[in-house]
Design a protein. Structure first.
Length: 376
């Protein structure tokens, strides 16, 4: 899933300079992350705590697809010293990474702070060797942060037209917004939001059996101006579209900077997304270099500290993994009062991560998508 950086150029420059300084650190530990995923202030705090010469080498990539491609390349590498020790990866890619044997399991339950994470994360990162969620499986990733699929809308357009503001997926079907909507260019996301509207799971194994699904998809198709997963915010800002479905990781920074744009997490529940830490298949084993393994654990423990998780959530407009769950007592008021960063419990309980599908189900989703897109 394509998620682009929306940080200011000044912020990117600061982070780039910091990452460059980290690259000069006297350590072989390599951690690769998305360019905008860890605020520079957080990296500086980690550096402050580490003994001189023990800072990891933080490396950056611009796209999740690049991270996945690197995992594929490293699988064939004979030189493990050139392979990163820890890599950020989207949850959507986790199952495929396991199936292709691109990553190795590692016991995150032994890391201090794991017990602080909501139990729900086990269903995301505990998988069998085919990449399917399994209680008897192994841990394949360490959760870092999560976001949601949201509806962003141009507040000025709604107010000038005297329209009621959107609150749920059903608002995408309203006649007043016909031809003014953009949707992600993603079968699972679009079909998933329709399934949510119908009160179904986004991971249903037989979507064609769902009553009214095809009819609702056809009607929604007639509402859409265009499909895009990475070029939908500018048309919304310009008023060329009035509503856009996109990921909170991209939308929230715009909402915070431009009061013309607002966003909601639909009441019926939504699709969750997460960034995880994974270990490449050919990364050196912990037994080979205990000091390296210790530093890796220190980084994960640092990410799961309450104070650090809070700062990260507020600085990056993406919520830390420790705040996913119904128990909100440890979340500060500033987070509890932000419904876009921390949705109401009833919405979260109706929300799901996209999980791997069977081959038969995948074909059904693909057929539905092809049939609907022919109507363009």
């Amino acid at each position: 899933m394509n998620r682009r950086s929306l940080l200011s150029s000044a912020g990117l420059l600061m982070l780039s300079q910091f990452l460059a300084s980290c690259g000069q650190a006297n350590t072989s530990l390599r951690i690769r992350l998305l360019e905008d995923s860890v605020p520079a202030q957080i990296l500086r705090e980690f550096q402050r705590r580490m003994a001189q010469g023990k800072m990891p080498n933080f490396l950056k990539s611009n796209q999740v697809a690049d991270l996945f491609a690197r995992l594929q390349t490293w699988k064939e590498s004979e030189n493990s010293s050139r392979v990163d020790d820890l890599v950020m990866l989207g949850d959507y890619w986790l199952g495929e990474a396991i199936r292709q044997e691109l990553i190795q399991p590692f016991d995150v339950a032994e890391v201090n702070g794991w017990q602080r994470l909501p139990p729900y994360w086990e269903t995301v990162v505990k998988r069998d060797r085919q990449g399917q969620p399994s209680q008897s499986g192994e841990f394949w990733a360490a959760p870092y942060r999560w976001g949601t699929l949201v509806i962003a809308y141009n507040l000025e357009q709604f107010q000038s037209q005297g329209l009621s503001l959107p609150i749920d997926w059903s608002d995408l079907w309203r006649s007043e917004v016909k031809g003014q909507i953009s949707l992600p260019d993603s079968p699972r996301s679009v079909i998933g939001l329709v399934l949510k509207r119908l009160g179904q799971s986004i991971n249903i194994d037989n979507p064609k059996a769902v009553v009214d699904l095809e009819a609702e998809l056809e009607t929604l198709q007639s509402q859409v101006k265009f499909y895009s997963s990475d070029a939908y915010l500018q048309p919304l800002l310009l008023g060329d579209t009035w509503m856009a479905v996109g990921w909170s990781t991209e939308v929230l920074p715009v909402v915070e900077k431009d009061h013309r744009i607002a966003a909601i997490i639909p009441k019926a529940g939504t699709i969750l997304t997460a960034d995880l830490w994974v270990r490449p298949k050919t990364a050196p084993a912990a037994s080979i270099d205990p000091n390296r393994a210790k530093l890796l654990k220190q980084w994960l423990e640092f990410c799961w500290e309450l104070s650090i998780a809070t700062q990260m959530s507020l600085l990056s407009s993406v919520t830390s993994a420790i705040f996913l769950g119904s128990d909100r007592t440890q979340a500060p008021d500033s987070l509890q009062q932000n419904a876009l960063l921390l949705p109401p419990t009833e919405i979260l309980e109706s929300s799901e991560f996209l999980l791997p599908l069977s081959a038969t189900a995948t074909d059904q989703y693909r057929q539905l998508w092809t049939e609907i897109r022919r109507l363009v």
